[in-house]
Write a protein that binds this ligand. Sequence first.
Ligand code: PMP
Length: 326
Amino acid sequence: MGEKIMQTAIKEAEVRKDFRAEEISKNFLEATVGNTPLIRLRSVTSDLHANVEIYAKAEFMNPGGSVKDRAALAMILAGESAGELTKEKTILDATSGNTGIAYAMLGAARGYRVTLALPKNASAARKKILKLYGAEIIETDPLNGTDGAQLVAKELARKHPEKYFYPDQYNNEANWKAHFATTAPEIWWQTHGQITHFVAGLGTTGTFVGTTRRLKEFNPDLQAISVQPSLPLHGLEGLKHLETAIVPGIYDANLADRNLEVETEDAQVMTRRLAREEGLFVGVSAGANVFAALRIAEELKEDAVIVTVLCDGGAKYLHEDFWNEA
Ligand code: PMP
């Protein structure tokens, strides 16, 4: 891979750093989105061939606690630039939680009202976090999942276009572009251009699509592996079983070199191991990503640098029983 491309990525990261220094004094919240650490997993990887390394992007360190801060910030800024998001408008979207938390946090900081449609069975902790930022919640039929919440938000936005700014994260280009502009260059820079495999779960697909698109520009030989739940009904909050779900408009089926299906229980076991063996208290989709990254790693003997994503922290999943198992 070209030295020139590498230099460009490093320069880009430096420019961003300068920009951040200036922005921090203006707006603390926005300036702390992104630039997350890349952590080498050393314990759950102990059976691997010595030259196969796995790293995980610590997205739980974003100010709202998840990878979705990047996308929400990008969609809000894009709405403001296009003149579609003005102070009179309420930000409205469908979200299983993390994008909602990011909208609610950024909305509070920037002076926007926020209304969110989410399935009634979303965890109490998530709803509480949304409400403490002042967001209004519309509870939708749990049997219809996040797809049902999407339809409710869409209908409301259609009926009251003068009242709502509807980012529609599943179809908003700024969602994947956030990762194209930030997540991917950060990974490239943090691995010194050595990344060989990128592994990420599919929700709105913004993380996978944006990061993969840019990383493949840096290195066309990069292997991109998408991760999905093995069944339509699953416990991998934040991820979608695309075969049976509404496929997000931003999804690009040509990007993944492979797709891995993960069982909820395997992801939960890995989530527990990450806490106990790596000191990483993260959510279940992070467990699914690391489980999938290990599956890829186990097949490899040659040098490999595999990067995956720790999408959010574990606190929102405290009520789940799998933590209690031995
Ligand atoms: N994990 C969690 C916990 C999430 O909230 C999300 C967002 N739905 C994802 C993974 C997937 O990210 P993306 O929407 O970028 O595909």
